[in-house]
Ligand binder design. Structure first.
Ligand code: AVI
Length: 327
């Protein structure tokens, strides 16, 4: 069997970006580091382990929804589309869509080069009929897309409620960028975690095996190995809680004591109990998410929920901006 080569586009943020962002974040008050820096190779593997946890209902619930709505989604998307996945291509979710939608082209975009390379190679191997492209890029920022397809309708797939990791203005800007990417006739399929009993949320981000804690603390290992930071990860602990007024889970790395760390020649002081805010995970009601999508120029076409209303999958079309015809 002849394997088609994967077309690879490297648009990685340079290491300077990570250095600058980390220094800026540690100098700000409260201290913060963006969640995209969780995903080095180990971080990506820890995240995969999180997705298998009994408490982390998001992944399996979204998968269940996709299984029951994939045929309807294929009908909405039509034949021969270009499927663009934001995030890695390792999951069962993209395989389900590839098998049901049978797109002509697939483009996987991820910030972790190693992870992306591996996952798209596997897709290319398993789906020889598919033209596979991969782009290593930070989709949280403006990025240029290689044009894999030419003409086919573009369907962007953004699963896992990663939209929840953006603050609302960033989420709006992101949806506006996706609209530009898929216009004039494309669509966005997006998984969005729903507001629910805070105890369920708390358990999902404080699992009994401590995998989420390891995922959070891995960020400090990354600062040590990649930026030569002088710090002791054991001097920090994982903390996650639901901030109800803001409708989000917050993850923090809390300093266990007063201490000083050094990063790239700069010193940063921590009081005991002071934290680095490492992630927000916003939860939306269906109505809140529809309102956000419409503000971005996307028209809700369909929404699918699980029976317990834990999670939602939205199909959003581009709102055409054509001028009304003169009477
Ligand atoms: C990737 N993202 C949607 C996950 C979330 O639930 O916000 C990341 C995560 N953080 C802790 N557990 C999982």
């Amino acid at each position: 069997m002849r394997l088609r080569p994967v077309r690879f586009h490297d648009d990685r943020p340079s290491p300077v970006t990570m250095q600058e962002e980390v220094l800026l974040g540690l100098a700000s008050r409260p201290k913060r580091i963006a969640p995209k820096f969780f995903y080095d190779e180990r971080g990506s593997r820890l995240f995969d382990a999180i997705c298998e946890l009994p408490e982390y209902y998001l992944t399996r619930t979204e998968m269940g929804i996709l299984e029951s709505c994939a045929r309807e989604m294929a009908w909405l998307a039509g034949a021969d589309c270009t499927l663009i996945e934001l995030g890695s291509g390792a999951s069962k979710k993209i395989r389900l869509l590839l098998e049901t939608l049978r797109p002509r082209h697939y483009l996987g975009i991820d910030i972790s080069l190693e992870f992306l390379r591996e996952s798209v190679q596997r897709l290319a191997h398993d789906y020889p009929w598919l033209e596979v492209h991969a782009a290593c890029a930070d989709f949280a920022q403006d990025f240029d897309l290689p044009d894999p397809a030419g003409s086919g309708r573009r369907l962007v797939f953004f699963p896992g409620s990663t939209i929840g990791n953006f603050d609302p203005p960033e989420a709006l800007a992101f949806l506006q960028r996706v609209r530009r990417l898929v216009q004039p006739d494309g669509a966005l399929v997006i998984g969005v975690d729903l507001k629910k009993n805070p105890a369920v949320l708390h358990a999902a981000y404080n699992d009994a095996q401590g995998i989420t804690a390891a995922f959070n603390l891995n960020l400090l290992e990354r600062l040590r190995t990649e930026l030569g930071a002088e710090l002791e990860p054991g001097n920090f602990r994982h903390h996650a809680f639901y901030n109800a007024p803001r409708g989000r889970i917050e993850m923090h790395l809390v300093s266990r004591r007063a201490q000083e760390i050094r990063v790239l020649g700069r010193r940063f002081r921590f009081d005991a109990g002071e934290s680095i805010h490492t992630e927000s995970s916003y939860k939306y009601s269906v109505a809140e998410f529809h309102a956000l999508a419409r503000r971005a120029g996307l028209q809700p076409r369909q929404v699918w929920l699980d029976a317990a209303h834990l999670f939602s999958v939205h199909y959003l079309n581009v709102i055409s901006r054509s001028r009304p015809r003169a009477a």
